[in-house]
Design a binder for this molecule. Structure first.
Ligand code: GAL
Length: 368
C-alpha cells in the first residue's frame, strides 16, 4: 500500500513540477531532504577480470552515468577483486575507511562478504548489491532475473536438440561458481526446463567460473560418457563455453553438439556465427549499470521517492528479507538477433564482430 501511495505521489509531483518548468532532466526537485550534493563518491567493487563484462562495460557505464547524474562532480572509486574473496573484503574495508558515500557491491563470495556489509552499515554507508545478491544488511539489489536466465538457456538447449529429444539424450552441465548465488539460480532455472526431458549425465560446479576448470571437467565428462554420446552441453556462461569447446576439440570431436552460454562476450558472438556455440544470453549491461548508478546517487542524495521508483521488486537473501530490488529481463542471443541486441545497444560494432574470418557468416545473417 505504502509503495503504491508513494509512486502515485511521485508521478503527480513530477508532472506538476515539469509543467511549471521547474524540474531538471535529473528530477532534482523530487528530493525530500538531500543529505549530500553532487560532490559524492560511489565505491564500486567488481568480482573478476577473466569475464570481459566488468572492466569493459559495467565499470565505464557506471562511471559515466554517475558523472552525468552529478554534473561531473561525483566520482567512482573502483576496485576489482580478480576472483579473490579475501582481497574483496580488504577492498571493501578500504572503502569504508575512506568514507565513500555508498558502495555498489558485486560479491566474489556472497556469504564471505557479509561481515563487511555489516561494517558498512555500522559506518552509515549504504550498500547496494550489484548483479549478485550479497548477504548481510544491504539496502537494495539490482540484477537480472537470474532464474529466467537459466530457463532461457535450458529452453534453447531443448530447441537446439529438436523435437526428437528424449531421455536417452545425455547432457553435461557446466555450472557457475558455488560462491555466486546467481549460479544456483541459473542452474535451477535450467533444470526446471531440462529435468524429465533429457538425462543429466554429468554436472559440475565451477569454482570462480574458471574457463580452465570448465575445460578440465569437460575432458573428464568426455572420458566417462564417451565423445560421441554427448548430445548437448549446458554451460552457464561464455567463458566456460570456450573451455568446453577446447576440451571437445582436443578429444577429436569435429561436429560440436549444441552448447549454451551467457554474457554475449565478443568471441562467443563469433562462435555463434560459425556454429561452434548455439546461443548466449544477452543481458543489457547499460540497463543494469545505469540503474545501479541512479540508485546509488538517489540513495546518497536522500531522494527517497526516486529510489523507491527504481526498486519496485522485492527479493530475500539468506540473511535479509524483502530487499527493494530491480530485476531486468535477459534475452536469448542466437544468430538471428545479433543485430537487434548487442549491435543495437552499441555493445559491439559490426566491425568488431565481422572480422575477416567471419565475413561469410556475417553476410549470411545480414550483418554489414
Ligand atoms: C555472474 C554474472 C554473469 C557472469 C558470471 C561470471 O554472477 O551474472 O554475468 O559474469 O557471474 O562472472
Amino acid at each position: 500500500m505504502r509503495r503504491i501511495a508513494i509512486s502515485v505521489a511521485a508521478t503527480t509531483m513530477t508532472l506538476s513540477l515539469a509543467g511549471c518548468g521547474m524540474l531538471g532532466a535529473t528530477g532534482d526537485s523530487a528530493s525530500a531532504s538531500p543529505s549530500k550534493g553532487n560532490d559524492l563518491t560511489v565505491g564500486l567493487l567488481l568480482p573478476e577480470k577473466a569475464n570481459t563484462r566488468y572492466d569493459k562495460f559495467d565499470y565505464p557505464i557506471i562511471k559515466s552515468q554517475v558523472a552525468e547524474l552529478t554534473k561531473n562532480q561525483g566520482k567512482v572509486d573502483y576496485a576489482n577483486a580478480d576472483t579473490d574473496a579475501s582481497q574483496q573484503n580488504q577492498q571493501m574495508q578500504k572503502m569504508i575507511d575512506d568514507k565513500v558515500d555508498v558502495i555498489l557491491l558485486d560479491a566474489v563470495d556472497a556469504h564471505a562478504i557479509a561481515g563487511e556489509v555489516q561494517k558498512a552499515k555500522d559506518a552509515g554507508i549504504p550498500v547496494i548489491a550489484y548483479d549478485r545478491l550479497a548477504e548481510g544488511p544491504i539496502d537494495a539489489y539490482v540484477s537480472f532475473d537470474n532464474e529466467l536466465v537459466g530457463e532461457v538457456q535450458g529452453r534453447s538447449l531443448l530447441e537446439a536438440l529438436g523435437s526428437h529429444v528424449d531421455t536417452s539424450e545425455k547432457i553435461v552441465m557446466i555450472n557457475g561458481s558455488p560462491t555466486d548465488p546467481n549460479a544456483k539460480q541459473f542452474k535451477e532455472g535450467a533444470l526446471s526446463e531440462l529435468n524429465g526431458k533429457v538425462t543429466i549425465a554429468a554436472s559440475y560446479d565451477t569454482l570462480k567460473w574458471k574457463p580452465e576448470t570448465a575445460e578440465a571437467n569437460m575432458a573428464k565428462a568426455i572420458g566417462e560418457i564417451g565423445k560421441n554420446n554427448i548430445a548437448a552441453v549446458y554451460s552457464a556462461n561464455d567463458g566456460m563455453a570456450g573451455g568446453v569447446i577446447k576440451a571437445l576439440k582436443a578429444a577429436g570431436v569435429t561436429s560440436l553438439p549444441p552448447i549454451t552460454g551467457q554474457d554475449a562476450e565478443l568471441d562467443a558472438v563469433q562462435r555463434i556465427l560459425n556454429d561452434e556455440q548455439y546461443m548466449s544470453v544477452y543481458k543489457s549491461y547499460p540497463d543494469e549499470a545505469q540503474a545501479a548508478a541512479q540508485m546509488a546517487v538517489a540513495k546518497v542524495q536522500g531522494k527517497d521517492i526516486q529510489f523507491d521508483a527504481l526498486t519496485q521488486d522485492k527479493v530475500d537473501s539468506p540473511t535479509t528479507k524483502s530487499i527493494p530490488a530491480k530485476l531486468i529481463q535477459p534475452v536469448a542471443l542466437t544468430k538471428s538477433n545479433i543485430k537487434s541486441t548487442v549491435i543495437a545497444d552499441g555493445i559491439y560494432t559490426v566491425g568488431d564482430i565481422c572480422t575477416a574470418k567471419y565475413k561469410a557468416e556475417c553476410a549470411q545473417v545480414g550483418l554489414k
